[in-house]
Write a protein that binds this ligand. Structure first.
Ligand code: ATP
Ligand code: MG
Length: 457
């Protein structure tokens, strides 16, 4: 069982002593006081895992004490809080929980009941501290949430991302394909105070035009043919957290108008419904297109562009930050070696030179794929120049799957399906799309995503 340190605040000496004794018997380290002011002083002096407060006390109410703790201590430094309350003041207990208290106990209660709740709270605090620690450790080990790089450009991106994470402002991430837009979007969410709330991803380009509205905003039963049940939209699912609108440049003017309203008013109506829904969502949008140019061409609403572009984050292409290539190569080699169950002790100097000078039109994604292939192909423990095959030059795809990682394999399958369909359709996109059972619009998205040469054009 976890032992913890507890600060107990109750003006009634008898109760205080009984609770303190029970906690001490369980092995916890307890300090008790009848004075909320004294409690505040103690909290400033040393850390506690748990603070237990009575609500009705002459000097200061328990609720006011919690309020002071909430406003004067950072969340990470605060103990878990339990409030004790008489039946008549359950409302203050609820108020206390809004301020961050974990739970409340309604008087009168059995000591055993109290011990169970206290034990859970201490356990909870231990897990939280451990979680914070793991995050810090992961941050140190993998750079910043897996964002590897040491160039001034990437460091600037990380610095800005960490800053915006602390706000609820809309962020627009732009950059070529494979530069890490999605990675940064996730990092922003993970660095934000809403990290425990959902991050909902919407790939605007992969959703057919007819579905996108109902996906984003939801619909009620009977809203359109096929709407057999009411469905929550992604905005509603993201309430309290963040929504990642990927490939925002592909949405139609009609959907743009609706989106603009959400950004302005934080409200919308599900399809077929007259009830307006309010949401508290942070929007992170990404695109590899030039939205300003789309605006000039009349394909993107200017208002929406400005609403999205509150905080612009520009991902620099890999060829403009070549000093990031060696650390990225090391990182990917280590990761893919682990996955493939191989021992790889680095990259030969000439191979590294080749990697550092390649053009990388597909940016980090292309580099990662190249390293993954090299790891699979190499017969030695050091990756050699001959193991490095740039995508443009690859003739035969590897038989079977490239790795053991689901996401990687799915990406690879996606790329291969597109490539093979195009080949079979002799480059006629309309036919390729039909073979694949997707729209031409979706096909263009996959072509751009995987940087597949447009044979037709
Ligand atoms: N700085 C980086 N450090 C580590 N991995 C990275 C970095 N940048 C990108 N990656 C990896 O490269 C791949 C592509 O990144 P991501 O999907 O974020 O790109 P993107 O900009 O969203 O591309 P697209 O426009 O094609 O959607 C991912 O597997 C991602 O984890
Ligand atoms: Mg992306």
């Amino acid at each position: 069982m976890t032992h913890g340190s507890v600060l107990l605040v109750d003006d009634e000496m008898k109760i205080r002593q009984a609770l303190a004794r029970a906690l001490t018997d369980e092995g916890h380290d307890v300090i008790d006081t009848g004075s909320p002011r004294e409690a505040l002083r103690l909290l400033n002096e040393r850390p506690f895992d748990l603070l237990v407060v009575d609500n009705l006390m002459p000097e200061m109410s328990g609720l006011d004490l919690i309020r002071q703790v909430a406003s004067s201590m950072a969340e990470a430094e605060r103990p878990q809080i339990l409030m004790m309350t008489a039946h008549a003041t359950v409302e203050s207990a609820i108020e206390a929980m809004k301020l961050g208290a974990l739970d409340y106990l309604q008087k009168p209660f059995e000591i055993d009941e109290f011990l169970v709740v206290a034990r859970k709270a201490i356990e909870h605090e231990r897990l939280r501290t451990h979680h914070d620690y793991l995050i810090t450790e992961r941050d140190e080990q993998f750079g910043h949430y897996g964002i590897v790089g040491k160039s001034a450009a990437i460091e600037e991106v990380i610095r800005k991302a960490k800053l915006v994470a602390q706000s609820r402002s809309t962020v627009l991430i732009t950059g070529e394909t494979g530069t890490g837009k999605e990675l940064v979007a996730r990092a922003i969410h993970d660095w934000s105070a809403q990290r425990d709330m959902p991050l909902v991803k919407v790939n605007c380009a992969a959703l057919p035009e007819t579905l996108i509205e109902s996906e984003l905003f939801g619909h009620i039963r009977g809203a359109f043919t096929g709407a057999v049940a009411t469905k929550k939209g992604r905005f509603a699912l993201a309430d309290g957290g963040s929504i990642f609108l990927d490939e925002i440049g592909t949405i139609s003017m009609a959907v743009q108008a609706k989106l603009l309203r959400v950004l302005q008013e934080r409200e919308f109506e599900p399809l077929g419904s007259e009830r307006t829904m309010k949401v508290d969502v942070r929007v992170i949008a990404a695109t590899n297109r030039d939205l300003r140019q789309l605006t000039a061409e009349g394909k993107f609403q200017e208002d929406l562009y400005y609403r999205l572009n509150v905080i612009p984050l520009v991902m620099p292409p890999l060829r403009e930050r070549r000093e990031d290539i060696p650390p990225l190569v090391e990182y990917f080699a280590r990761r893919h070696a682990e996955r493939a169950g191989k021992r790889i002790n680095g990259v030969a100097p000439d191979a590294m030179a080749q990697l550092t000078s390649a053009p990388w039109p597909g940016n980090v994604r292309e580099l990662e794929n190249t390293i993954e292939r090299a790891v699979v192909l190499t017969t030695q423990s050091v990756i050699q120049s001959r193991d490095i095959v740039l995508v443009g030059a690859i003739a035969q795809p590897q038989a079977g799957l490239p790795s053991q990682n689901l996401k990687q394999n799915l990406e690879w399958t996606e790329r291969e399906t597109v490539r093979r369909a195009l080949e079979a359709a002799r480059g006629v996109k309309k036919d390729a799309a039909e073979m694949m059972g997707i729209s031409q619009r979706a096909l263009s998205y996959y072509l751009a995503k995987h940087r597949i040469e447009d044979a037709e054009g």
